[in-house]
Design a protein around this ligand. Structure first.
Ligand SMILES: Cc1cc2nc3c(=O)[nH]c(=O)nc-3n(C[C@H](O)[C@H](O)[C@H](O)COP(=O)(O)O)c2cc1C
Length: 206
């Protein structure tokens, strides 16, 4: 039997910044020994809106092969790392729509005791980064989840400066995530794997 901890990295990205962070989360979780699914949430914007923005359209085409998240991914995962750009200080409508579909799973207790963590990107410095992560965490509390953050658990976090989760300032998708943001994303994912693995073993022992 595969004993690897099951991790889903579920994200939305219009212009690709958050997608690059998602890839760092996947790589880190795999390195930490997890079995990982990378999933994008369904796009809700009309094609005319996507095509009106060169970066958005290019990213939309580039990631056509990334599978879309469904409730089965949430059910399967022991840890879920969510990524989203900010929209006025909260998660995107696309990610929220996916989350809003979780009702049946939530109602049968299917989200209880899972580990959750997050990363995000904004156009401007700060720009709602912590608020966006906290908007995600509100959901996890309702789900009975266990929220895992990077905190200041490694010296790199004193440079990254966001103990709530990983975040990056992209200037509207023009500045790709740097080493600081990618390391913070990797740390966030690694800690989610660590805690989910310990939790599973602890639960099995009790
Ligand atoms: C409707 C809308 C609202 C946004 N609100 C904010 C905001 O409140 N603060 C901010 O810094 N950036 C804001 N942004 C910018 C994006 O969050 C930012 O460019 C992000 O890095 C894009 O990530 P992506 O490349 O993964 O799509 C907003 C963008 C849109 C389209």
């Amino acid at each position: 039997m595969d004993d690897r901890t099951r991790v889903a990295v579920i994200y939305y990205s219009a212009t690709g910044t958050t997608y690059q962070m998602a890839q760092a989360a996947v790589e880190s979780a795999e390195k930490a020994g997890a079995e990982v699914r990378l999933r994008k949430v369904r796009e809700l914007a009309p094609m005319e809106a996507i095509q009106s923005n060169e970066g958005w359209h290019a990213h939309h085409l580039e990631t056509q092969d990334v599978p879309e998240a469904d409730l089965g991914d949430l059910e399967w995962a022991e840890a879920v790392v969510f990524g989203t750009p900010t929209r006025y200080g909260v998660m995107t409508a696309q990610l929220k729509q996916f989350i809003d579909g979780s009702g049946p799973l939530w109602a049968r207790g299917g989200l209880v005791n899972k580990v959750f963590a997050g990363f995000c990107s904004t156009a401007t410095a700060h720009g709602g980064q912590e608020a966006t992560l906290l908007s995600l965490f509100n959901v996890f509390y309702h789900w009975g989840g266990i929220v895992v953050t990077p905190g200041y658990t490694e010296p790199s976090q004193f440079v990254a400066g966001n103990p709530y989760g990983a975040s990056h300032t992209s200037n509207n998708g023009e500045i790709p995530p740097d080493d600081t943001a990618l390391s913070a994303t990797a740390l966030t994912a690694r800690r989610a794997v660590l805690v989910a693995t310990a939790l599973r073993r602890g639960m099995a022992a009790t």
